[in-house]
Design a protein around this ligand. Structure first.
Ligand code: MOS
Length: 751
């Protein structure tokens, strides 16, 4: 039974609630008698707190408490090294001691009757520090003592490079980028005796529940995390950050619900970021463009309290066919807040230098950059020994479909050779990839006597369309209209569901929704067969006699499997006829561990960017973009396309705007607001298009669907800088591209 609803451009089922304001976000919850917490944060980058004077703050109107390391309840560290579901953004509990590791670390929390009272009193807290020198740049950091944290080698890349007739040897840099979801991080904490409920903005309610249980030191079944709507996270809301513990701690202290919203400026220090990366790439090739060697060395800062790895070298060893590959990555602790995944972590950062170096190689070889990719196409994943087949790879079709739709054959290779009026047009392309993952999930589906259905799971919809794909699967299996299907997510007390991260949620939940729906249908059929009075009760009624008849559910009706649905009865009548309110079923699904060792699973794509450069007024614009994606089967053309186009918009930001600028003395973010930290807005976004090359990846799940939340960002920045080179002849190796890089005679320096 297959209907067209899987793959159809179904409008998101939570859309109406969001656009009408009915959707309640974390900060919208105002339990009665709620109090407000406002933080005080460190103004040094390194050192210790010598003294905190809270006396003036405590005398101010409405103040209930001022918490800090001297009077806070002890918290605990999460057991993340020992438990799968226990990852915090920062393992150090807030107020653990008097140490300061980075600018913007919480040093106190003022709790007051109103937000304004708390904010005013926070400014009256006097903190004296004993500062130590801060290390806030890679250049100032001591040389790392440990061996590289990540490394990979096949063949002899150094020797092959030395002998290669054509060589590229360049250094690239991506600055710190900060997640800027519209919705601020926020927690509303409510205690009821020893039970804790948190209204959160979380990409993983189950993980959040476990971390809070561990850090607060209370049993996990006494913690409930609710996150039904998220105003985007981009990775910044994957793991709990200290404000969540502070809200819970403060609510316990003042015996009232407490709401803590992280101000926008603190979202640049205490809730993660994409770490800056300094990346050295060397490529050796033959005169006709066959790769002989790839070397990729990365330096990445982490904080002093956590080891966060931004794996930039993960796909360098698999994206192209090449006999000699050597990669390594070194972590360098600095006085910054802990980095965290930001859309496409590692791969997005690693592809910028790799794909840029390939474009530089194409220029040096006078070869078309797309032809260079085809010449080095990887038919298997060569990072394994022996090489492993891909579960499904249609990258060649992506290149071809993209080139055709774009009109790539009209590209003339000479720098500045394509013009439109006063403007110079540049075209660039790059490969995109993202690893395809799937985890385990439990889903409950309930079929109600009133003809409606309900599906529930402790996962969440971060804006990607998770609510909608749940409804689509239930609708497809049962024939119940979408608007009669309720989907309940974002509640840790529901059956165990996955974190929304790594573009894995859809691939993870689809099989569980499918099986739970089939389980619920099976229960209705059993009731139809076994309930006296049912039209399908053997011997009782006209339709059948003897053995239980073989029944099916189609278009919301239970019917004889060999008769059309119209001959049957609505499923609700079967349930009501047995005097039941509903029938439900639960299913838990997990990937086949054998497949993980048989296949390499990745999504792929080809991305094309056009820029226009007007040298007369020094104006650079991104003027066109096309992305072709092979992510298996697309479950929803509308939300899927929305994911890809949104990621390309983010890539435009990465390419020409985004950079968190720090004061070099203490790593204070200088552009910590929406007017100084630029992201792409509508005016910066040209006509963007997206094509899906759909080949179901049935090794990953029976729907053949891989994730699509991140891959759309993967190749945008290198395609954009390739286009900038094509237009201007300036190779930008440090993001973002700035107009001053492109002024005549400018030479870019990498710090
Ligand atoms: Mo994504 S960076 O795993 O939210």
């Amino acid at each position: 039974m297959s209907t067209s609803i899987i793959g159809a451009p179904v409008t998101r089922v939570d859309g109406r609630a969001k656009v009408t304001g009915a959707a309640q976000y974390a900060v919208d919850h105002s339990p009665s008698n709620v109090a407000f917490g406002y933080p005080v944060w460190s103004t040094i980058g390194n050192g210790r707190i010598a003294n905190i004077d809270t006396s003036a703050a405590e005398r101010m109107p409405g103040v209930l408490a001022v918490l800090h390391h001297g009077n806070a309840d002890p918290l605990f560290r999460p057991a993340e090294r020992f438990e799968p579901y226990s990852r915090a953004g920062e393992v150090r509990p807030p107020f653990e001691d008097d140490q300061v590791y980075y600018y913007g670390q919480y040093v106190a929390l003022v709790v007051a009757n109103t937000f304004e009272q708390a904010q005013a009193a926070a400014s009256a807290v006097r903190v004296e520090y004993q500062p130590r020198p801060s290390v806030v740049t890679l250049a100032a950091a001591p040389a790392p003592q440990q061996p590289p944290l990540l490394h990979y080698l096949r063949g002899n890349a150094v020797q092959a490079f030395d002998r290669a007739p054509v060589r590229i040897d360049q250094t690239y840099e991506i600055p710190t980028e900060t997640h800027n979801p519209m919705e601020l991080h926020a927690t509303t904490a409510v205690w009821d005796g020893d039970r804790l409920t948190l209204y959160e903005s979380s990409q993983g309610v189950v993980n959040h529940q476990h971390v809070m249980s561990e850090m607060m030191g209370i049993p996990v079944d006494r913690v409930t995390v609710l996150s039904p709507y998220i105003g985007s996270g981009f990775g910044g809301k994957l793991f709990p950050w200290p404000h969540s513990m502070l809200a819970a701690m403060a609510a316990r202290r003042v015996q009232r619900p407490v709401k803590v919203q992280v101000p926008r400026d603190l979202m640049f220090t205490t809730v993660g970021h994409r770490p800056l990366t300094h990346q050295h790439v060397r490529i050796g090739a033959t005169q006709d463009g066959k790769l002989l060697s790839i070397e990729h060395d990365v330096q990445q800062p982490t904080s002093l309290v956590d080891t966060f790895v931004e794996n930039c070298i993960g796909v360098t060893s698999m994206l192209y066919s090449c006999p000699n590959v050597g990669t390594q990555q070194q972590l360098i602790p600095m006085n910054i807040g802990t980095p965290t995944p930001m859309r496409g972590p590692g791969i997005v950062s690693g592809l910028f230098p790799l794909e840029s170096a390939l474009d530089e190689l194409a220029v040096q070889l006078k070869m078309d950059p797309l032809d260079l990719r085809l010449k080095n196409y990887a038919e298997q994943d060569e990072s394994y020994d022996p090489p492993r087949p891909f579960s499904s790879k249609r990258l060649r079709e992506c290149y071809q479909a993209g080139a055709e739709k774009w009109g790539w054959s009209r590209r003339t290779p000479q720098v500045g050779s394509m013009r439109r009026g006063n403007e110079i047009v540049g075209w660039g392309m790059a490969t995109a990839t993202w690893h395809a993952g799937r985890g385990s999930a439990t889903v409950r589906v309930r079929l109600n006597a009133d003809g409606t259905a309900r599906a529930s799971c402790a996962t969440q919809d971060i804006g990607t369309g998770t609510y909608t794909v749940f409804a689509q699967v239930v609708a497809e299996k049962t024939g119940i209209p979408i608007d009669k299907i309720e989907v309940v997510l974002g509640d840790s007390s529901l059956p165990d569901g996955p974190t929304s991260g790594g573009s894995t949620a859809t691939a993870t939940v689809l099989p569980a929704v499918d099986q739970a729906t089939q389980g619920a249908i099976g229960r209705v059929i059993a009731v139809a067969q076994q309930t006296p009075g049912s039209p399908f009760y053997p011997g009782d009624h006209a339709q059948t006699a003897g053995d239980p008849p073989k029944l099916a559910m189609t278009a919301g009706r239970i019917h004889l499997a060999d008769r059309p649905p119209e001959s049957g009865v609505p499923f609700g009548e079967i349930i009501a006829g047995a005097r039941l309110a509903a029938l439900d079923a639960e299913a838990r699904t997990a990937p086949d561990p054998r497949d993980e060792h048989r296949y390499s699973s990745h999504s792929f794509g080809a991305q094309f960017i056009e820029v226009t450069w007007d040298p007369g007024i020094a104006r650079l614009r991104v003027s066109r973009g096309l992305t072709v994606i092979d992510a298996g089967r697309i479950i929803n053309q509308k939300t899927g396309r929305n994911q890809i186009l949104g990621a390309v918009v983010m890539g435009i930001g990465m390419g020409i705007f985004e950079e968190t600028l720090y004061d070099p003395r203490n790593a204070k973010p200088l552009n910590n607001n929406y007017s100084d930290y630029l992201v792409a807005t509508n005016a910066d976004v040209p006509d963007l298009d997206c094509i899906f090359v759909e080949y179901p990846d049935l090794h990953l799940n029976e729907y053949g669907a891989r994730g699509i939340g991140e891959i759309g960002l993967a190749g945008v920045a290198p395609a954009l800088t390739a286009a900038v080179y094509h237009a201007t002849g300036v190779r930008v190796r440090r993001l973002p591209v700035r107009v001053e890089n492109l002024m005549a005679g400018s030479q870019q320096k990498i710090a």
